[in-house]
Design a protein around this ligand. Structure first.
Ligand code: NAP
Length: 270
């Protein structure tokens, strides 16, 4: 099936990261033009830059409004209207901490990047749609199963991702005033093999716990996640889909909270 992404201008944030890079690669293979927004370093984007003329890289911190404005200005002046935004950049604290010990600084930092950053990207994406009128547009937020099931010791992260759901539902009703066939959706990855999850996935006990709730007994590859993003970006494949949060997690049903022994340990408690 022709996804109709040839020459579409796609802006991907967090483009040097695991999911972002695979998403860039997949859009390039579909013939799209890409603005790859990265944060601290180009990483493997450098090699793609050497190979593709349809790729622009722009540095910026998505939690800073002036940076996001700059990213969109460069994107617009290089490739014109941004047709698709993939709001993918995000952070997660490696070490978990209970809410009673969580600092306000950690809470605010996570929300600033994951939620305010996504809001800022959506804001400048919509401004770009206002300037360059056309009938289609697609915005895809990258959430997390943490926003669906919650995640103990990572309440900042889970809250930031659940917040994206409300943003997505609201913006799907706004986008149509700027592009009458515009669509806003969300992909919620489960555990995925990327630098963000690398350390946690080295722990076999952790992997066992994760797989216990997943019928397919597998952690996701970046290809699994990028495929869903590209599908939602396509006006041909997902032409009438808007306001949807697609969980890509092998059928995950929730979280293992207790081991078999722990499950009975409070049985005799009042
Ligand atoms: N991997 C998983 O298991 C998993 C599961 C559920 C959801 N997700 C979500 O998937 C998305 C992609 O994550 P990933 O797994 O691909 O992790 P990753 O490899 O760490 O990629 C995240 C990217 O976001 C960028 N970023 C972080 N802070 C930023 C900022 N302030 N401004 C601009 N960019 C910033 C990072 O750049 P720097 O490294 O240069 O800072 C990095 O390239 C995230 O939103 C994440 O929450 C991942």
């Amino acid at each position: 099936m022709d996804l109709g992404l040839q020459n579409k201008h796609v802006l991907v944030t967090g483009a040097a990261g695991g999911i972002g890079l695979e998403t860039v690669r997949m859009f390039l293979a579909e013939g799209a033009r890409i603005t790859a927004a990265y944060h601290s370093s180009l990483g493997q984007l450098q090699q793609l830059l050497n190979e593709h003329r349809r790729l622009l890289t722009v540095q910026g911190d998505i939690s800073r409004e002036e940076d996001v404005r700059g990213i969109f200005e460069e994107a617009n002046s290089h490739f014109g209207r941004v047709d698709v935004l993939v709001a993918n950049a995000g952070i997660a604290n490696e070490t978990g901490v209970g809410v009673d010990e969580m600092t306000v600084e950690q809470w605010q930092r996570t929300l600033n990047v994951n939620l305010t950053g996504a809001f800022l990207c959506a804001k400048y994406f919509f401004k770009n749609l206002k300037t360059f009128r056309d009938h289609t547009a697609a915005l895809i937020f990258v959430g997390s199963t943490a926003g669906v099931f919650g995640e103990a010791w990572h309440s900042d992260y889970a809250t930031s991702k659940a917040g994206l759901y409300g943003l997505m539902l609201s913006l799907k009703n706004e986008i149509v005033y700027l592009a009458h066939r515009g669509r806003v959706n969300m992909v919620n990855p489960g555990w995925t093999k990327t630098p963000m999850a690398e350390d946690a996935l080295k722990d076999l006990d952790m992997v066992k716990r994760i797989h216990q709730t997943i019928p397919m007994r597998k952690t996701a590859t970046t290809h699994d996640i990028a495929s869903a993003i590209v599908f939602l970006a396509s006006d041909h494949a997902a032409s009438h889909m808007s306001g949807q949060a697609i969980t890509v997690a092998g059928g995950m049903e929730g979280r293992v909270l207790y081991t078999a022994e722990e499950a009975l340990s409070w049985e005799s408690e009042p």
